[in-house]
Design a protein around this ligand. Structure first.
Ligand code: HEM
Length: 156
């Protein structure tokens, strides 16, 4: 596959991930907050979040694969020990933080789990939502920082 197509896939995956996170934070969450707190609207938001979770993880895997390809191909390999390589490591460090935060958000806090029947706080409880919301904001900030470093990387 030509290099420009790999870059295109890399960029498309970044757009899907960051665009979806921003849509969730700027559109879905405020609308859900203002909607009547009935079981049906909660369920729609839960299912929307669950669906985006799959899309987000596919985007992350695509970013890692296409990013690794660009890093290890001929033009990447010769620059790895230059300033370009150092800035790339900063980008990967920020990416690792975003990855870890999303992992906690999606699989440990898991705001999209079906409401549980036992005594533990339900997945849709305000505490779970507040924690998940803070984590999602942190993921957005770190992925936007990755994007900034990537833009700088393309210049050097
Ligand atoms: C949120 C995650 C990521 C975002 C938003 C992102 C974004 C970008 C952008 C916008 C570019 C510039 C493309 C260009 O103009 O040539 C780029 C290039 C690149 N990315 Fe990523 N990326 C992400 C994750 C990764 C990961 C995980 C890796 C490594 C495994 C990676 C490795 C690279 C490499 C090596 C380049 C080429 C840089 C160059 O040629 O100067 N990226 N990325």
């Amino acid at each position: 596959m030509p290099d420009y197509l790999i870059t295109w896939v890399h960029l498309a995956a970044a757009i899907v991930l960051i665009g979806g996170l921003l849509y969730s934070q700027l559109v879905l969450t405020p609308v859900a907050r203002d909607a009547p707190a009935d079981a049906k609207s909660r369920e729609v938001v839960r299912l929307a979040g669950r669906r985006f979770r799959t899309i987000a993880w596919v985007s992350l895997i695509v970013l890692i694969l296409t990013g690794a390809y660009q890093m290890l191909n001929e033009s990447g390999a010769v620059r790895i020990e230059t300033t370009w390589g150092v800035v790339l490591m900063l980008k990967l460090f920020l990416f690792a933080i975003a990855f870890g935060l999303l992992l906690i958000h999606d699989f440990i806090i898991d705001p999209y789990a079906p409401p549980s029947q036992d005594a533990s706080p339900p997945a849709s409880s305000p505490t779970v939502f507040t924690r998940a919301d803070i984590l999602q904001k942190a993921v957005i900030v770190t992925t936007l920082a990755v994007l900034l470093v990537a833009a700088y990387l393309a210049e050097i």
